[in-house]
Write a protein that binds this ligand. Structure first.
Ligand SMILES: [Zn+2]
Length: 127
């Protein structure tokens, strides 16, 4: 995926762990849309495994071709990834610092320019 910033720089999203990419977790609805669904699914999975209904849980939550021999951690990781796929992704232009947030209607991005020059790695875990 590539996004062109207003400055002309092309932002590329073709690998993991990008320091200029960030998931946005809106506070209004975070609990209902992210936290609680993950918690409910993990608890449901654990309960199903405990009573010997792992296959039933997989059938209800994943496609028919999902590998049934997956380890628990892979299953839970895929589950978390599915929930997190609902979250919008922001990017920061590494040339001008513009932060691009997807428009709600999917028609492009809203750009926000930093107010000072200390904007590098604003979306990164890096310190
Ligand atoms: Zn830019």
């Amino acid at each position: 995926m590539k996004i062109r910033c207003d400055c002309g720089h092309v932002i590329s999203d073709s690998t993991d762990s990008l320091p200029y990419k960030c998931d946005l977790l809106p506070d209004d609805g975070y609990w209902d849309n992210i936290h609680q669904p993950i918690l409910d699914s993990v608890l449901d999975y654990a309960r199903c495994v405990a009573v010997g209904d792992r296959e039933g849980w997989l059938s209800r939550n994943f496609a028919e071709n999902y590998p049934r021999d997956s380890k628990d951690e892979s299953i839970l990781s895929d589950l978390i990834s599915a929930v997190m796929s609902r979250v919008p992704t922001a990017y920061q232009c590494t040339e001008c610092g513009n932060i691009l947030i997807p428009k709600r209607d999917g028609s492009g991005y809203l750009g926000f320019q930093p107010l000072d020059d200390d904007w590098r790695d604003a979306l990164s875990w890096r310190k």
